[in-house]
Each structure stands twice: as structure tokens, then as C-alpha cells.
Design a protein around this ligand. Structure first.
Ligand code: CAA
Length: 676
């Protein structure tokens, strides 16, 4: 067992969580789950013994359940339980490197807590508040060391929902915010930076939509059951806003939020009488029973839909005017935190002009709601909202490209290819940029391959070949950029992921991953199509490359290092090391061997026999052809040949079976190929 979690020069050996109520134990569970292998202690503090007892029981129950279902191994169950303490003694926070406050949403209380905590921990300890609304400037106003404090807003259920809003105040030191963003990302969360404004980005949506639903009821468009059912359908929600408030007991906090937003955001936000009555009577909304079909006349359904979509778009576009979040971040945040239709993609699918009409109609009916300037401008431009799946950042003289599709393990689709190419152009043409790094978002995958769902929509060899060429051309740009590029292979690197990394000057990966890199295409009735049959033999030799490609078997980081597929295994932050290495390569301090780009000598006539088990013989033939034919060509010609063989896969029944099998049944089930 490691002795502490060390990351970017910071050591975390104790985490404090304040509040053992609704969310505190879930936050503690997340920390203990990911940090107990590093011997990090998690201390939950609350002044109420009853809350402590309930919180501990809740956390232990979830851990035991994970043990029963097999999600946690017996030693993990024990490890988690032995690394968490529930106590009413604030002194136990002494020595904590990070303290997350998760008490009630009450400003004076939060300020009192932080005053007390500040006296117990060192000035270097990071302090965060799990507020859902309050600006960090107000919460931390009385702290002596404000630079280390910020808000981290978790979402239900906090141990599993990866979404997090990260809100820095005007006094928060940028290095603290940067550290926390990266820290949460490596712990498996999806932290999204949001500017400091009351309610941040998500709560005005969640609470505003309840108000919009109440307005529909007040306007006689339907009763609460009907409006709830239409809301869930037209906004893509699992349950409607009334049901969500019943389930979470959210009416009081929403009422408080709405009344504050009235003053702090815009006067459309208000506490409607119907909500006030519900609060006074301490009762729940009348909502559809589970599975109940609610009849709504078509004209009413249309009116409710238009009104709710108008409200939704008005609320989110107002955030753009206040510049607290970007379109790309907002789409990702909403889909993960609330599991509803991504607002800007949704507007693009309806048309931005049509979305503006809906907002204008809404604002005409409720004049207190402003019509967003950003929305007007976007509609006038005739262009859709820009929603990026690939991010770019300049860190001094290094350009960093991050593929961010966490729900698809950063799989490469046509949109990703296009965005990557645009950034390579920036890297090439910016004289300040001396080197670059490409990485994948999150802690699980660098890139889990080309997008199988997109490929499953291709119907013939020509389309297959064209898709492969698109990927080959985009990834080869990294070879041609004229500056060193390091692949920070931060996790699983499969198919197109391995192929993209091989176009880079050097590759680094986390130490100790047993399932790390591979070319699993033959499992899908495919062959590698982004250069795997060309670059892998040149990098690791025929025998090993052929085995990896023909059997689909992945290898570990240690094997990848031994094969020469990666240059280094890294302890700590892979991205940080990749940036450092990129600079070393640019300055000439470190050099690496370049891959052979011409025809290879000693190309065998045939590849050794290999047991390919249940896999398709028809697809194996195509893979072998691509490897052997390509080896006698330049890489450039070999790639074109590979793309043709990739397209040929669409002439086989096994291709249809393999792709359909993944899309319908997922990665775990093996395709029953016909050509065995
Ligand atoms: N394309 C599209 N979606 C993908 C994906 C891919 N390559 N890899 C994973 N995903 C999606 C999954 O479908 C899933 O989405 P849903 O929740 O919507 O179903 C999500 O990412 C999470 O994946 P899993 O639930 O499967 O996660 P897991 O931990 O159980 O398994 C995995 C992880 C082993 C990587 C598994 O997802 C997997 O085997 N993925 C496919 C890997 C692969 O075959 N890559 C090669 C692609 S072909 C290629 O790259 C061709 C080429 O050369 C051009």
C-alpha cells in the first residue's frame, strides 16, 4: 500500500468532509473508494451524533452492497471501512490536506465552519464548499487565506455522479483551481469550471424548469401530472421536474434559490404561489405513477413543449451572456449532472433560428425574462452553436490537445478528426509553440478506438475506406506538424487510440496498467484502419504486431515498454510528464528513434500460423494482407492499401455481425462469426 496520494507536488494524506447529512457521506464514499489504496484517511465531522450514526450506516451499507454485487473485492470493502471515520470532534481535521464542507446551504453557518476549520489546518490545505448556489467570494469572505478556497458542487448521487461544478472566487489562486480540476479528473470525476455567479450553471436550469412547469399549470395548459409527463418527454428527462422535486425533497431549496435568483440573476425567477402553498402544506406534487401513461391533448402538449423549451433555452443562453460557462462545457455538464438533452446540441437540432423564436415567444409572455444577446447573434450568423469534443490549451510553449468524449471513452469520430486537424494547424503555425501533447480526458481511457457506433452506420466498402482515410489523414498530421508531439496515453488505448499515439514522436503511459493497449478490431469484424497494420510492425516488429492485430489481445504498460511501443511508464501525472518530455524533445535534451517510413526489408512471404480461436477467418485474411502488402510499400502507400482492406471488411458478413453485436450488446459479448 502507498503511504499518501502525491500528485503534482502536492501530498494528500487526510481528507475532511464536514456534514453527515444528505450528501456528505456520499462525498466521503467517493474519496474513500478512490483514495484508500493510498492509505488516505477520510474524516467526516458533524456536530449531531444522530446524523453521524445515520451517515456512517448509509456509507457502510453502500460499501457492503458493492461487496455483495462484486463491484468491490473483499479487501476493498475492508480497506474502505477502515479508512473512514465519523466524529463530532473537529480536532480530528488537524493535518487534513483537503476539507470539503457539505453542510446546509446557510451562509452564516458555512462562514462559521470555515473560520473554525482554518484554525485547525495548515495554510496550504485546500478548502472547498459543496454549495449549490453561494458565490465563493461570500462564503470565504472572512478567511485569512482565501487563495486556497473554492466551491465544488457535487450532484446526486455524489459517489457515482461524475459531474462537478468547480467555482473559483476572485481571490482563489489559479494554481489551486488548476490543481483541483486535474485532481478530480484523475479521481474519475468530470469537473467543469463555472464562473462565480449565484446558482452557478446547473441550479438555475433545475430550479427554473420547475418554475416554468408551474407557469404552464397556472396558464391552464395542463395539470401537474400532464406538465410533468410532457416535460420529461420534450426535454429528454428520466423523470419530470415535479417528480424530481418529490424524489429529492427539493421544494424548500428550490424556493430559496428562486427567490435569491430573482434579485441576483433576473426578475423572471420568483417563488410561484403554487410552490409556496406546497411548502406551507409540506406536501408533494401530484405526479404520474411509475409507468403511468398520461393523456395530454395534442394542442396542449404542443403549447407546453414550446413553453418549456423556450424557458430552457432562455435560461442557458443567459449564462452565455454572463460568460460563466462555454457551450461545450454546458452541454457536457447538463448531460452528466442532470441526464437531460444537451441544451446547445438540442438547439442545433431544432435550428438556432427556431430556438430564438421559442425564446422570444417565451419572453413575450413573461417579459421579465431577457432574450440573450449571444442567442440573437448566433441566430443572425446562421451558424449552429459550436460544441467541441476536442479542447486546446496553450501552456507556455506547449500546445495541449485533449479529446473529451467521456461517455464514449474518447472514441474518435469524424467530428473529432476535424477538430484535431484544426488544432494541428494552430500548433504548426504558432511560432510560440515548440512542441505539443495529445491526451484523452478522464482517468479511464486515452482513446478507446474509432467510434464503433459511427462505423456501424457505414453500409459499403467505399464508405468504410473513406472513413479509414479520414482517420489516417487526421492522425498523420501529427507526424507532419514539424514539431515534437508526445501522446500522454492516460488510460486505455485501443484500436484507433493506439494508432493515433503511434503517429506521435513519443508515448508515455501510467505505470502498472495490466490492460492498456491493443488492436482489438478483429473482435468487431474489422481490421485496423488508421495505420495499425503499417506502423505497429515498424515499431514493435512483425511477430508481435501480427499477434496483437490477429488475436485482438491487449498488452500491459510493462509489455508496451518492453516492445518499444511506449517510451516511458510514469508514476504520477502522465500529462505533466508528457509536457516535460515534449519540451525536452523540442530542446534536443532528449531524442527518440524515428519510425521507418519506407518499405521494410526482410518481409516474410507469410505470417506464422496463429490460433485465432473464435475469430473470423475472412477478416484475418484481410488483416494479414494489409500487413504483408503494406510492409513492401512506403507507409504512405501502405496506409492507402490498408484503407482499401478496411473497406473490404464491409463485403463480409462477419463485419455486419461484429459491429451490430457491439452496438446492441456492448463490448463484453463475443460475436458468433460465420467465417470460422
Ligand atoms: N466507439 C464508440 N463507443 C465506445 C467505444 C468506441 N470505440 N468504446 C467504448 N465506447 C462506449 C461504450 O459503448 C459505452 O457507451 P454506452 O454507455 O452508451 O453503452 C461507453 O463507451 C463505456 O464503455 P463500456 O461500458 O464498454 O466500458 P467498459 O469499462 O465495460 O469497457 C472497453 C471498456 C473495454 C474499452 C470497451 O468499451 C470496449 O471494448 N470498447 C471498444 C474498444 C474497441 O474495440 N476499439 C477499437 C475500435 S475499431 C477501430 O479503432 C478501427 C480503426 O482502427 C479505425
Amino acid at each position: 500500500m502507498k503511504m499518501a496520494f502525491s500528485f503534482r507536488g502536492c501530498t494528500i494524506s487526510k481528507v475532511g468532509v464536514i456534514g453527515s447529512g444528505q450528501i456528505g457521506p456520499d462525498i466521503a464514499l467517493h474519496f474513500v473508494k478512490v483514495l484508500h489504496p493510498y492509505d488516505v484517511q477520510v474524516v467526516v465531522v458533524d456536530v449531531a451524533e444522530e446524523a453521524l450514526g445515520k451517515g456512517k450506516a448509509k456509507l457502510f451499507k453502500k460499501v457492503d452492497k458493492g461487496g455483495e454485487t462484486g463491484a468491490f473485492k473483499p479487501h476493498e470493502v475492508e480497506g474502505m471501512k477502515s479508512h473512514v471515520t465519523f466524529t463530532s470532534d473537529y480536532n480530528q481535521l488537524k493535518g487534513a490536506d483537503l476539507v470539503v464542507e457539505a453542510a446546509t446551504e446557510d451562509l452564516p453557518l458555512k462562514r462559521r465552519i470555515f473560520k473554525q476549520v482554518e484554525e485547525l489546518v495548515t495554510p496550504h490545505a485546500i478548502l472547498t464548499s459543496n454549495s449549490s448556489h453561494l458565490e465563493p467570494e461570500r462564503i470565504f469572505e472572512e478567511l485569512a487565506h482565501k487563495g486556497r478556497a473554492l466551491c465544488t458542487h457535487y450532484f446526486f448521487p455524489a459517489e457515482r455522479n461524475p459531474a462537478l461544478e468547480i467555482i473559483a472566487g476572485k481571490d482563489t489562486e489559479p494554481k489551486t483551481t488548476e490543481f483541483m480540476m486535474r485532481f478530480y479528473e484523475v479521481l474519475g470525476k468530470i469537473p467543469i469550471r463555472v464562473g462565480s455567479r449565484y446558482g452557478y450553471a446547473v441550479d438555475p436550469v433545475f430550479e427554473g424548469l420547475l418554475l416554468a412547469c408551474v407557469q404552464c399549470v397556472d396558464a391552464g395548459l395542463g395539470d401537474t401530472k400532464q406538465v410533468d409527463a410532457v416535460a420529461s418527454k420534450c426535454l429528454g428527462l428520466t423523470v419530470g421536474p415535479f417528480t424530481a422535486h418529490n424524489l429529492t425533497g427539493g421544494n424548500p431549496i428550490t424556493a430559496h434559490g428562486l427567490s435569491e435568483m430573482n434579485e441576483r440573476l433576473n426578475p423572471w425567477f420568483r417563488v410561484p404561489e403554487r410552490l409556496q402553498k406546497m411548502l406551507d402544506a409540506n406536501s408533494n406534487w401530484e405526479v404520474p405513477a411509475r409507468g403511468e401513461t398520461v393523456e395530454v391533448p395534442p394542442d396542449k402538449e404542443k403549447a407546453i413543449t414550446e413553453e418549456l423549451q423556450g424557458a430552457y433555452f432562455a435560461i442557458v443562453c443567459d449564462m452565455l451572456d454572463s460568460k460563466i460557462i462555454t457551450t461545450s462545457d454546458f452541454d457536457l455538464l447538463i448531460s452528466v449532472a442532470l441526464d437531460m438533452k444537451q441544451p446547445f446540441s438540442f438547439m442545433n437540432s431544432l435550428g438556432v433560428g427556431k430556438s430564438l423564436e421559442l425564446v422570444e415567444a417565451f419572453a413575450k409572455k413573461y417579459p421579465a425574462m431577457p432574450v440573450s444577446k449571444a442567442l440573437r447573434e448566433r441566430a443572425a450568423s446562421g451558424k449552429p452553436w459550436e460544441i467541441l469534443d476536442v479542447l486546446f490549451e496553450k501552456k507556455g510553449d506547449v500546445g495541449i490537445i485533449t479529446i473529451r468524449r467521456p461517455k464514449a471513452l474518447n472514441a474518435l469520430n469524424s467530428k473529432v478528426f476535424m477538430e484535431m486537424e484544426a488544432y494541428v494547424e494552430i500548433i504548426k503555425n504558432d511560432p510560440e509553440i515548440k512542441a505539443a501533447v495529445i491526451t484523452g480526458y478522464g482517468n479511464k481511457a486515452f482513446v478507446a478506438g474509432a467510434d464503433i457506433k459511427e462505423m456501424a452506420g457505414l453500409t459499403n466498402p467505399a464508405e468504410g475506406e473513406a472513413f479509414a482515410r479520414k482517420g489516417q489523414i487526421a492522425s498523420a498530421k501529427f507526424e507532419q506538424v514539424g514539431k515534437p508531439v508526445v501522446a500522454a496515453m492516460n488510460g486505455l488505448s485501443l484500436g484507433g487510440g493506439c494508432e493515433l499515439a503511434m503517429c506521435c514522436t513519443a508515448r508515455v503511459a501510467p505505470k502498472g496498467m495490466s490492460f492498456f493497449v491493443g488492436q482489438p478490431e478483429v473482435n468487431l469484424g474489422l481490421i485496423p484502419g488508421m495505420g495499425g497494420t503499417q506502423r505497429l510492425p515498424r515499431l514493435v516488429g512483425f511477430e508481435k504486431a501480427a499477434e496483437m492485430i490477429r488475436t485482438a489481445k491487449p498488452i500491459s504498460t510493462a509489455q508496451a515498454l518492453a516492445y518499444g511501443l511506449i517510451n516511458e511508464e510514469v508514476e504520477g501525472d502522465v500529462l505533466e510528464r508528457a509536457i516535460e518530455l515534449a519540451r525536452e524533445l523540442a530542446s534536443g535534451k532528449t531524442t527518440v528513434k524515428r519510425m521507418e517510413s519506407g518499405p521494410l526489408s526482410n518481409v516474410p512471404d507469410k505470417l506464422p500460423d496463429l490460433d485465432i480461436g473464435h475469430l473470423s477467418r475472412a477478416i484475418d485474411k484481410l488483416a494479414v494482407r494489409a500487413i504483408l502488402e503494406g510492409a513492401k510499400m512506403t507507409v504512405e502507400d501502405g496506409l492507402k492499401n490498408e484503407a482499401k482492406r478496411f473497406g473490404d471488411c464491409w463485403s463480409t458478413e462477419d463485419n455486419r455481425i461484429g459491429l451490430k453485436n457491439f452496438v446492441e450488446k456492448g463490448a463484453r459479448s463475443k460475436a458468433p462469426f460465420v467465417h470460422r
